[in-house]
Each structure stands twice: as C-alpha cells, then as structure tokens.
Design a protein around this ligand. Structure first.
Ligand code: CA
Length: 231
C-alpha cells in the first residue's frame, strides 16, 4: 500500500516535531504546518489522508480549518488536539466535522491506535469519484488534488499542480507561454517566461521521466502541448 499522508497542524513546535518524528517512524509520510493558514494552503494544494489539528492556532483556528478541510475533501480524516476538555469544546469539534478528539497531554500510542482505526474505516471511501482529468495513464483528481501516472502517486507543488491541470484541460492543443502566464501565473508575471520553462521541466521530471511516452512536448517557438497519444 502507498504511504498514508498525514498533515500535522500544531503551533507548539515541540509537539508538532515529536508527532512528525513518531509518525514517520511508523511509516507515515508527514508534513507539518505551525500556522492554520499554512495548514489550509498545504491541504488545498496536496491533499492528505489524515489531518491532526490543534484548535488554538495562529492564522486560522482549528474549528474553521476543520470546516474548510471538510469542504475540500469530505473523506479526509480529522483528529483534533486540544488542551480544553469541556463538553462544549468537544461538541464544537464534532460540529466542525472532526472524526475524533484527543485532550492534551495524550499518549502517543493512543493517537497511533486511533489513527489506525480511523484510516481503516476511511479506506472504504478512498475510491476516487468524478472530477478527474485524464490523459493516457495520467490522472489528476481535482477533489483530492492527487496526481498519479500508471497508478503511481506523483507529488506536485501547488504551482506544478495548477500547471499540469491547465495542460490537461487543454490536452492535445498547443498552449503558448502567454496562455500559461495568464492562466497559471498572475498577469503581471508575463515578462518572465523563463520561470514557465523551469516549471515545465519540474513537471516533466515528475510526470514523464520514468515513462517512454512523453506526454508533455515542446513546440519550438509556439509553446507546449500535452499529447494523449504517443508520437
Ligand atoms: Ca496551539
């Protein structure tokens, strides 16, 4: 099975870093955000199987972040961490869409147990539905923000994802650097086309390098094309 991806959003660095270390040791792929807004950006750009979420956070609080995570992907598992254990806090966490709730300080083994149970339950729901752009054996899921080629997961940064999404929406059609700068970057960025070439090469490296059929091709003097058929 692929590594399950966990996002830890926790502003107490000691707790966040300890969680990252412990979970990594148990075979998870873990990323950390020390700020609610950054957590939100990471989740929208990459998609995770599970989020461990503190409630009192700078940038955006855990309840609001949980709601927006639910909005982006209703199947993601969310475990909330808090130092407050009143019934009101728990109700608020579940109302925001949390699947589980742990009061600090908690035993790491208990967290690990709950992660195991929740992920096994969630597995039933992870079959991607709708909202997928495809070309040949490449798939880009707009809901979960996951990309795979030949069934193998590819991890892209937010900008690389946007670039690939645009190429896929326009597959089998040449797109110019001007198209890309307007649609993928901000308009004021148009003079610096070198950045586009650099990003194209990043995406190629991840999407095409290990495959004979190169999907992303250059049309000299015109731009780029994502070609569904080889040749
Ligand atoms: Ca906190």
């Amino acid at each position: 099975m692929d590594e399950r991806r966990i996002l830890v959003v926790e502003d107490e660095r000691k707790i966040a870093d300890t969680l990252k270390m412990g979970l990594t040791e148990h075979g998870f792929e873990v990323e950390v955000a020390y700020d609610g807004k950054i957590g939100h950006q990471l989740f929208s750009a990459r998609g995770y199987d599970l989020v461990i979420l503190d409630i009192n956070l700078p940038g955006m609080n855990g309840y609001d972040l949980c709601k927006s995570i639910r909005h982006i992907n209703e199947h993601a598992v969310v475990i909330m961490l808090t130092s407050m254990s009143t019934l009101e806090n728990k109700i608020e966490a579940y109302d925001a869409g949390a699947d589980d709730y742990l009061v600090k300080p908690f035993a790491f083994r208990e967290l690990l147990l709950r992660i195991g149970v929740l992920l096994r339950r969630a597995l039933v729901h992870t079959v991607p539905v709708g909202n997928i752009l495809r070309a040949a054996d490449l798939e880009l899921n707009l809901d979960t923000k996951e990309v795979a080629r030949g069934g193998k997961k590819i991890s892209l940064t937010a900008k690389e994802f946007q670039l690939l999404e645009y190429l896929l929406r326009n597959k089998n059609r040449v797109v110019s650097r001007a198209d890309l700068s307007i649609n993928v970057w901000d308009a004021d960025f148009k003079s610096n086309t070198n950045v586009i070439d650099v990003y194209i090469s990043y995406v190629r490296n991840k999407v095409d390098r290990d495959f004979d059929h190169k999907l992303i091709q250059t049309h000299v003097g015109m731009g780029y094309i994502l070609k569904e058929r080889a040749g």
